[in-house]
Structures are given as C-alpha cells and as structure tokens.
Design a protein around this ligand. Sequence first.
Ligand code: ADP
Length: 165
Amino acid sequence: MKTAICPGSFDPVTRGHIDIIKRAAKLFDKVVVVVMMNFNKRDSYFTASERVELLKRSLKDTTNVEVDMYSGLLAEYADKVGACAVVKGLRAVSDFEYEFQMALTNQKLNPDFETVFLTAKAEHMFLSSSVVKQVCEFGGDISEFIPEETSEDIIKRIKERKQSL
Ligand code: ADP
C-alpha cells in the first residue's frame, strides 16, 4: 500500500489545499494530511486541533484520507506512518525555491522518501491562508476561497481576532 503525506500549516484550510489533497488521494492508496506545529505557534489564528477538525470536516467524503498533527521532522513523521512520498502544491515560481530546498533536505535525511509536486489549479494560483485572512479582515467575501463546510467558523474566528487586537 502506497501512503503519501500532505503537510502544511493550514491556518486555515483553503480550497487550494483541498484540491491538492483530493488529487493526491487519487494517486496514492492512502493520504495523511498533517498539520505541522513547528512554527508561528503564537501567531496562529487556529489551534492545531481546530485546524485538524476543519480539515476533517472538509474531507469527510474522501475515504482514503486521514488527518493528523505533528511537531518535528517531516522525514521522521513519514517513517512513523510508513509514507513513501510527500505531496506538495506548487502555485508559482515563488513557491519553487523553498519547496526545492525542502525536497532536497528530505531526500538527504531519507533517500527513499520522494517529493511529488502537483501544480495548483489556475483558479487557486493566488490563494493562500494569508490571503484568506487578509481579505476577511478587511471585510471581503472569502466564501469562495475556503471549503463550504468550514466557512462560518473560519469567518467568525478571523473577525473575532481582528476585534481583539
Ligand atoms: P499556505 O501557504 O496557504 O499557508 P501551507 O503552508 O498550509 O499553505 O501549505 C500546505 C501545502 O499546500 C503546500 O504544499 C502549499 O504549496 C500547498 N498550497 C497552499 N495553497 C495552495 C493553493 N492555492 N493551490 C495549491 N497548493 C497550495
């Protein structure tokens, strides 16, 4: 059985993330989406458990996808769950340099662990969690950017956070 992991901060999940995860789920027997808790803990809008819950809700109809959280090296996590590959979405050339560096690092740490890049859908090229937060904070409509099942909770949290600053 071939397992892949889709890591990210998912703060919060967007339709761009879901597209990559669902496409990965067609290529692999099992996909583990993993909320990485390494960075920006204090700056996060959603706790790791909340991000896991929002992902689970968005992916409830995709049977071969699991959602987990982890703090540590991705190559170690891949070993832990028996994954042979990491699947990443590439939006633009700007993503490439960082992703290429990460891919080479993971290859060094575990030569059997492959990185697979999927190109973002054209309509998601501009989309990131930061864009979602910025647009919502300034009163814009983000319902098209995030999974429908999550939109009420995501919009509520971003607005609450803005008010508390
Ligand atoms: P963000 O940049 O939105 O904060 P993450 O760090 O959570 O995203 O990203 C997790 C993975 O999802 C990365 O591989 C990233 O390239 C991919 N990704 C993020 N947004 C998109 C998008 N709009 N289309 C395709 N892939 C995306």
